[in-house]
Design a protein around this ligand. Structure first.
Ligand code: HEM
Length: 402
């Protein structure tokens, strides 16, 4: 029998993919840079792993972001997929413009004292304990509070139950009934949007109030787009940055020499800024770019990508590509230049990049300083990673303070 043109990835690399995708990604980059995953009854998924290809395709008009083009593909919760991540121009341009104003760096910079104050309050509580979960006790409440402040979510909904409702939509707990999960999510959005319509004012940016007005007064967005956008922002505004803090702290705990540089004589705003970029690159919170499919056929590395095939751009792999980054598997908090793709590239470049960078640059130095010496509470390869389609993040990061 003739040998297959493209070998299959070794099963042992696939088996540990959630915990450690990097050996699998290195195999793809080397042996099958445009790798077709074909399963009966499912659309073909192409995995693109090299930096140059991922960067080029992130902005390539031959790829569409509209999941409705792929029959049978379930993009997300029912009735909540009409947002900018799943839109092509001109809808994408219209929706992005409506959201963008709240995230311009000048406006985001004003949040710094609020971020620092919130982080310090969480650390005041943490300081009373020896066993700490960096995710549940710090990263989750901090990042959710920030997106709630920007959207204008009332205090009574800024809590762990709301976060669980949102997170269940991308990483459902085993046994959770999908219909119940969606009902909970729609009830949350009903209550939030009704609150804005009833005129509930809140201090802060109140982006959701502005979007409700844009929908009601000028029809700039439909009701479905409004609900979808609120869901998207609540979810990605929190989950991604939580993963930056979780993945980043784990990387620092596993590289104490690099962590020490951030608290030693070399420390300063410049090193913190480059450390945040390096942590984004080293263990990227968005592992695979969001949905894309081929709007027309094209060839890549000898593979024919057919119209309607899903094209998965592996950001986490691109950011470890030796062809782009010297010693790509090494963590170097002073790495420059560092043109990683952790926030994407092109027309869908992350709207929240300035916010995420600011949260990271406040959180890491404070955590290192105020937690004091800490060790992992369990071996690194036993830590629980959340199984999710796009994101890479820990369900818990338990540490012990000494
Ligand atoms: C460390 C944190 C974050 C990372 C790593 C990250 C990463 C990304 C990436 C890779 C994309 C592009 C996806 C693609 O093209 O397929 C993206 C888009 C987006 N991000 Fe972020 N993000 C982060 C934080 C945030 C925050 C805090 C917000 C605030 C709401 C946000 C809102 C968005 C939105 C709305 C888009 C869609 C933009 C569009 O489609 O035009 N992100 N992000």
């Amino acid at each position: 029998m003739p040998a297959p043109a493209v070998p299959s990835p070794p099963p042992d690399l696939s088996a540990v993919r959630v915990r450690d995708p990097y050996p699998f990604f290195a195999w793809l980059r080397r042996h099958s840079p445009a790798h077709a995953d074909r399963r009966p009854g499912r659309p073909t998924v192409w995995q693109i792993s090299r930096y140059d290809d991922v960067r080029a395709l992130l902005g390539d008009g031959r790829l569409s972001k509209d999941p409705a083009r792929v029959s049978g593909y379930v993009a997300g919760p029912t009735g909540l997929n009409r947002h900018l991540v799943h839109a092509d121009p001109p809808d994408h341009t219209r929706l992005r413009t409506l959201v963008n104003a709240a995230f311009v760096p000048r406006r985001i910079a004003q949040l710094e004292p609020f971020i620092a104050d919130t982080a310090n309050r969480l650390l005041d509580r943490i300081e009373q304990h020896t066993h700490v979960d960096v995710i549940a006790d710090f990263a989750a409440p901090l990042t959710f509070r920030m997106i709630c402040a920007i959207l204008g979510v009332p205090d009574e909904l800024d809590n762990a139950a709301t976060r669980d409702t949102l997170m269940a939509t991308i990483a459902p707990a085993p046994g959770l009934d999908p219909a119940r999960m969606e009902a909970g999510l729609h009830a949350l959005l009903d209550s939030l949007i009704a609150g804005k319509r009833a005129g509930a004012e809140r201090s802060g940016v109140d982006l959701l109030g502005a979007l409700v007005r844009a929908s009601d007064d000028s029809g700039a967005m439909s009701e479905e787009e409004l609900r979808s956008t609120a869901y998207l922002l609540l979810l990605v505004g929190h989950d991604t940055t939580m993963n930056l803090i979780g993945n980043g702290m784990l990387a620092l705990l596993r590289h104490p020499g690099e962590a020490a540089r951030l608290t030693g004589p070399e420390a300063g705003a410049g090193l913190v800024a480059s450390a945040v970029e390096e942590l984004l690159r080293y263990d990227s919170p968005v592992r695979d770019a969001t949905f894309r499919c081929a709007a027309q056929p094209f060839t890549l590395h000898g593979g024919l990508i057919a119209e309607g095939d899903i094209v998965s751009l592996l950001i986490g792999s691109a950011n470890r590509d030796e062809a782009r980054f010297t010693d790509a598997d090494l963590l170097d908090v002073s790495r420059t230049p560092n043109d990683h793709l952790a926030f994407g590239f092109g027309p869908h470049f992350c709207i929240g990049a300035a916010l995420a960078r600011l949260e990271g640059s406040v959180a890491f130095p404070l955590l290192l300083e105020r937690l004091g010496p800490v060790t992992l509470a369990k071996p690194a390869d036993e830590l629980p990673w959340r199984p999710a389609r796009v994101m890479r993040g820990l369900a818990a990061l338990p540490v012990v303070r000494s």
